[in-house]
Ligand binder design. Sequence first.
Ligand code: PHE
Length: 455
Amino acid sequence: MANRGNFSGRIGFILAAAGSAVGLGNIWRFPYLAGTNGGAGFLLIYLVCIFTLCFPVMVGEIAIGRKVGSDAYGSYQKLGGGKWGYLGLFGILAGLFILSFYNVVAGWAFGYFLEISFGDLLDQQDFGAFFGNYVNDIGPLFLFSLAFMLITAYIVSQGIAKGIEAANKIMMPALYLILIGLIVYSLTLPNAMAGVKFYLIPDVGEITSRTIFYALCQAFFSLSLGMGALITYGSYVTKDQNIVSSAAVISIADTSVAFLAGLMVFPLVFSLGAEPGQGPKLIFVILTQAFQNMGPIVGRIVGGSFFLLICFAALTSTISLLEVPAAYLVDQKKFPRKAVVWSLAVGIFVLGLPSLFSQGIVPALNKLPVHNSPDFLSFVSDMCDISLTVGGCLMCFFIRYRWKMNNLNEELTLGNPSFMGSFIQKYINFTISWVCPIVLSILSVLVIIDKFFGL
Ligand code: PHE
């Protein structure tokens, strides 16, 4: 096989995979889902899902990718034969749709960065109303999301180590720093502790089946699981690396950013006397209000840099989303990388246009007759959620019944000689053989029923 490129080393891989994981999912979606689903109860279930279901799936995906050294389709096809390649294709397809709506939201964040830094956004009176108008101001948003897609394509076209890694090495640490600064600020505001309580002290009675579904889907989404992103990134990992410990670091990095985002948002929400369950507009409304309160100059600087970092976080995720279908077309169809990347970018941008137009400007896209997904963007996002949990579940079946556990163990021993016989080996084998297939099949069915019909 032609030289596909590799990550330069352990740190490069971890940063790139963590960059894929950390994104709008952590900073935009996690806080608003926690806000609408009971706060601390959601956080608790989320953490359980990460630990028991997501971490083993992540280890499995990276191992499959590294074993074969190919894209998601090629990896399943080579290890499984028969129709298993379709499982990879299913993930690739899910990735296309995720990127299509994700890029729209990234465009919103990019616009907020520009409007706060250089415009008069922070002079507004009502940030909720502003957001409602803003997402329907299609002209600029069209350009912002197009720009976002083109930047993503440029980085991916540069290849693995040069493009993807280099971008991540700068953006990830900067994101952490500003997040922590904002947490310190928000914790010093009056009534911040009410927000901390809402976020950290669970009321078990408040946990419903829907809390569990949303937490599960969010955990898969946030860790970029179930659609082949980590199979693809795993295919660029060298055999001397310890997959289990890398997966642990990636999971912890991602979970800590989501956790910190909540710790930043809820004290702000409560100190501003706002409503935690506002849905997708939560951070756009709450954060801008907080930045306004910091005064015109500080607010502009802090607010501008925060939205810029959200854009960086989103960018490291869109890079991985574009890399999945690109790797497929390069590996399987032998198309040249640059041509593949630019054509995909344009195609996916067009696929995202209905999501862009779904926030009110085209009424038919705004009120879909589907339970729980009022607009097209939410509908696509819900469908992708389903495909991620189903994809993760099928991967466990694949390992257990087709590839077989001893082959997984053998792959995981490379770069980690003490793996065999360790507690972590037993844990991963048990969760992939039993816990994940059973729990994920049941929950996937329930999630499908809930999303379509409402439980
Ligand atoms: N994990 C990313 C986020 O949290 C989104 C993503 C999902 C990226 C699936 C790649 C694959 O924002």
